[in-house]
Design a protein around this ligand. Sequence first.
Ligand code: GDP
Length: 270
Amino acid sequence: IFPIFLHMFLSGSTAYITLPSILIAGPPGAGKTALVTRLERRAPKPATTYTSQTTNIVELAVNEDGTSKYSDDLDASGAVAKKFLVVDTPGHGKLRGATLAKLTSASSTASDTKLRAVVYMVDSAALAEDGGIAAAASYLYDILLALQKRMGAGNSSKAPPAIPVLVAANKADLFTALPAALIKTQLEAELGRIRTSRSKGLLSSGVGADDIDSANESDEWLGEYGSKAFHFAQMREFDIEVDVVAGNVVGGDGSGPGVDKWWKWIADKV
Ligand code: GDP
């Protein structure tokens, strides 16, 4: 049954999806598979991960008031639990289209989609390396723009349910990891650069300036239209909250903040 279920999910049909879901995205090597495995096993030691080319879905649960820890065994305690799905998407560039399509398709059928939030995972140590920020920002740009368009799409007066984004700054256990506050400002600066270069692309695409449909151009502009610098706070205009929170999947207790804050963030959204 599982492959059929997966097929239904990827083909955009939500007929079989009844549980709220959280989408995990991000560049390869960020630790997405490690996170999902750790949450699924409710144990700090994740299994060795493999390079996944496919979407990996696990079912998790949090107690009714959202206060249980990821490590709590709700079955054993007999607690009434809210079940939800965590969908780990492949980070490989060629496979991103399917993930983005999922975000936009969530728009047209707002009532039958249960996508509650996106966790965008980055490797906080890789961000300090050359080209690290650029690699992490370009996919994030596409995701935020897809969510922004989703809020603007459709002609019904009813806005689709908001989908918040958590930038999970992973590998905080590594001493080379950038702190979350710096990751936030560096990502904002890079997203601003991408925005500028893409809008220039529109202008120099061979179309005369008069032909440019300004409504169209603003559709492709991330955040507050015409603003000089990009800030995540601009996404609020589209009802999209973005939080940047540090954590680590691997590493013993005490080596970093762990996954508790991410779990709490997720538990609040499902
Ligand atoms: P994915 O491509 O995003 O699914 O990334 P993986 O889950 O395969 O992780 C990539 C590598 O990063 C693996 O070797 C993980 O063990 C490692 N990794 C994941 N999380 C952490 C972390 O919090 N700290 C450290 N030091 N390594 C991590």
